[in-house]
Design a protein around this ligand. Structure first.
Ligand code: AMP
Length: 281
């Protein structure tokens, strides 16, 4: 275990530190304010790779002007300690100037897959994600990279990007880590006041109810979406933004569930926007 994890910031320092690492290198990109969901990715990488690199970068280009970029929670000291304990070998904390130098004008864009769901509600979000992940991969040059199923469309988009552009990295998607009451862990959960935190269990409760119906044989996608919507609509503090029942790989909305399916949703609890999903297979 590395007991003195010192964050590196510049590309030059990253390259020097990266060159000294044993391979294969596993990489976990994050925006920081780490919780057990992030750490599950680090632990999986620790088990499967000789070295583990983590990045913390709150990427401005994946936030809309009205988003929570400035308010996004940060605690580098605590994050560093947690990553030390989890056995990370290298922490890269680039600044916006390192990632987006003056004159920056090159973008990576995945087309169809970024249009529905999160992409429809957050214009430009995935262009920011795919561009920054490409740059992070180019800096770290990992053999494997670890992403959470929590951000299901992001995982699908990254897998597609890596395949389409022949990027020499294996994408590993890890299960959602939840609080005891089912709420998916998220850095944004810190925005919730106690009443909102209680109401936020509605995402897990509604998805669980739809999953039970699926397990009892329900295959009509509208019926499954309807189960989620009805439970969310019964929660006064929650406002459903979308519920989707879509093909796991293409994200096309389904009439009937046949193969691997992504049941996903976004909900506003007060001013906080939360997402969650279950995979039906
Ligand atoms: P973020 O810091 O929100 O960009 O997340 C960094 C990585 O952690 C992404 O691949 C997320 O999907 C993943 N992640 C976030 N929350 C969870 C969770 N509750 N369980 C598993 N992975 C997660």
């Amino acid at each position: 275990m590395n007991n003195s994890l010192l964050p590196v910031t510049s590309l030059d320092d990253l390259r020097i530190a990266r060159a000294a690492l044993d391979e294969p290198v596993g990489f976990v990109p994050t925006m920081g304010y780490l919780h057990a969901g992030h750490l599950s990715l680090v632990e999986r990488a620790r088990r499967e790779c000789a070295s583990v690199v983590v990045s913390i970068f709150v990427n401005p280009t994946q936030f809309a002007p009205t988003d929570d970029l400035d308010a996004y929670p940060r605690d580098l000291e605590r994050d560093t300690r947690l990553l030390e304990e989890a056995g990370a070998d290298l922490l890269w904390t680039p600044t916006p100037e390192v990632m987006y130098p003056p004159g920056f004008q090159t973008w990576v864009e995945v087309e169809t897959l970024t249009r529905p769901l999160e992409g429809a509600r957050r214009p430009g979000h995935f262009r920011g994600v795919t561009t920054v992940v490409t740059k992070l991969f180019n800096g770290v040059q990992p053999q494997r990279a670890y992403f959470g199923q929590k951000d299901a469309q992001q995982a699908a988009v990254i897998r597609r990007m890596v395949r389409d552009l022949n990027m020499p990295v294996e994408i590993v998607v890890c299960p959602i880590v939840r609080e005891r009451d089912g709420l998916a862990m998220s850095s944004r959960n810190t925005y919730l006041d106690p009443d909102e935190r209680q109401a936020a269990t509605v995402l897990y409760r509604s998805l669980s109810a739809a999953k039970s119906a699926y397990e009892e044989g329900e295959r009509n996608a509208d019926t499954l979406r309807g189960i989620v919507a009805e439970i969310v609509n019964a929660e006064p503090l929650a406002k459903l933004q979308y519920v989707s029942c879509a093909d796991y790989d293409t994200l096309e909305e389904l009439k009937t569930v046949t193969g691997k399916t992504l049941l996903s949703m976004a909900v506003h609890i007060g001013t906080t926007r939360l997402i969650d999903n279950f995979v039906l297979e």
